[in-house]
Design a protein around this ligand. Sequence first.
Ligand SMILES: [Mn+2]
Length: 395
Amino acid sequence: MPDSRSGEFRGNRNLGRLSRISQSRQEEETARCLELGLEAADSINDRRISLFSRGHQPAFAGINTFMKARYCEDVRRVGDYEAAFVGIPFDTGTTYRPGTRFGPQGVRRISAVYDGYSVDGAVDLFEELDLCDAGDVFVIPGNIEKTFDQVSKAVSHVYTSGAFPILCGGDHSLGYPNVRGIAPHIEGNVGIIHIDRHIDMQDMDMDERMHTTPWFWTTHGHESVDVHGSHRDHSHMHDVGLANCPPKNLVQMGIGGWYGSRPGSAVARERGSSVLTMTDIEELGPKGAAERALELAWKDARAVYLSFDIDSIDPGFAPGTGTPEPGGLLPREALEIVRLIAREGLCGMEVVEVSPPYDVNDNTSQLACRVILDVLGTMVVEGKLGHRRESRLPE
Ligand SMILES: [Mn+2]
């Protein structure tokens, strides 16, 4: 529909905006690829093509980091970048179908198709954001608690280095150690927007902290919370809650279906967190629901963290996940919601529960990749991340 004010299509307006973004990063990258990959054979007319594939092209070739971004192998240097993709290939917290340990690799593989340029979003991530792939956290497959410690320490390193953490699971048990790596560094309360079909807020599942429990522990340490006795029987769970993630700033969106939410629902009710079911989202619409979520999560909070479970999207679109539940968000609704949430800025994000062994045509991995790209693109446009100003060409 043409914009009513200017009579111009939004797309055309965005093309104009995009033409004002430099292509200097692209040019530097071409030069680097020629230097590293050698000059092409004589018959190749386009001399920007190298002999060995380096960088983005062809999309089906090469070594896959996320978005074929620079691999930050020396992770002490992660602060040289504005955002870092971090894989956390852990699925020991899964209670039904495993396989999310392959999630980060699945997302990296399909991300190769994207070049970072979005007409709809009027953004060029390749030019406007310094992104790296920091590789994977060394998880301990047989030990949830040791893995949590590894994850929190790794996330804390990335966050305090100054790079925006893009955390790719892995199962949803990671929600707790991920937030534990960020929240202690924030002065003030942290809101959490959790998009999922499942409430994931019970204290234990099968006698351990699992992917059904992250929000119980994340919101556990706040003074308004009654201390639950059960952790005292589990001496290996040496860290039991965060001081600045109050339940009033936890908003859970898309909850519903018939699996596993009863124990967590009791906790949500007791603690007074906010649950927007799928029916609530239908009634409010994606925009209304996102506005409501932002209001609640940001109330007296200093920062907001986004936790996106890919099973919040209907399994018809996202079959590659551990605990599918029909009737979830449509991809377009999910992407609209994350873009609206990202507009206000985030202190970190996670996308979890992508299980490539159950996927079809990489559809689920691709949606996870899109959730990340739509968040990053929105934050860049809104000036919350990246360096849009420096990428502007003179008028
Ligand atoms: Mn879920």
